[in-house]
Design a protein around this ligand. Sequence first.
Ligand code: FAD
Length: 318
Amino acid sequence: MKVCDHIENANGSTLVSYEVLPPLKGGAMKDIFNMLDPLMEFKPPFIDVTYHREEVVFNKKDSGYYEKVSIRKRPGTVGICASIMHKYKVDAVPHLICGGFNSQETEDALIDLAFLGINNVLALRGDARNFEDRFVPEKGGHKYAVDLVKQISKMNDGNYLDENLANAQPTEFCIGVAGYPEKHFEAPNFDSDLRFLKDKVDAGANYIVTQMFFDNQKYFEFVDKCRSFGINVPIIPGLKPITSKQQLNSIPRKFFTNFPEDFVKEVESYSTSAQVKEAGIEWCIAQSKELKSRGVPVLHYYTMGDSNTIMRILKEVI
Ligand code: FAD
């Protein structure tokens, strides 16, 4: 079933969903199952699986020279989606990015998903690779997520890249896209970011999932601003509990989100990691409860492989 149908069928009650990362190369599907098993009691109708493109690493050789090697540390998105659907009978949402794919390869990936009965996809641009200072599209690939959304929408209309196909079957993808309550870091200002977000919706996106945020007011303002821009699709808040003091610096650096001063002061006042973790859980519980009371469609948790923490939160919220 499609994410947008799950939301519609919920008739205004708040659903729960998770984002999981493929295990590091060499890991196994049981790592994902062990993490998800206890979380299934909260009945998520869908689970997202992230996509990770290759990174470049430099390995030191005996000669003293460095060898440049391209590796994908977390392969397996599509296989994991199929396994999740098979084991738990819930829907899986693979993340699909522009980076590293030309549009023909994207079409082939979408055909594979459709054959597997996966009809949800989160369409993203992806970030610059670790050795590049800006995002560089693949030759013949997409520069922005909106172009990926357009390609998927065309396939939903039965239009494939090969125009000579006779009786091509329309795909049935429900398309999610990313939104940024605190603005995407490359956007020159909030309004231009929202204009481009509206372009994604106009191109066929059915819903938006937000970047993590720690101040609900930012989410509420973002939703209001989206509505004033004519963006009327569901906007799913993305939530991540803080589990260490060091994340106060690493999360803003990586995800360009701010922490409210009250929370920073509280975390800084603690001397043990257990106290910090507890504060992060309590903060996320409070965020979740308020979002739920305001009728958000879904509470979407970035699990980062830590089911115990998410369990603690959901036991208080659901
Ligand atoms: P876009 O919508 O293309 O926007 C990128 C930037 O370009 C923005 O600043 C936007 O304002 C601007 N822009 C858009 N269109 C235009 C235009 N026509 N002209 C000029 N500027 C334009 N990354 C992964 O690699 N794998 C994942 O699994 C993954 N999952 C994610 C899940 C969520 C919920 C979120 C919020 C992010 C995720 N990301 C993932 C990260 C994402 O790929 C990055 O944030 C990336 O930098 C932007 O992706 P986007 O789809 O928002 O890009």
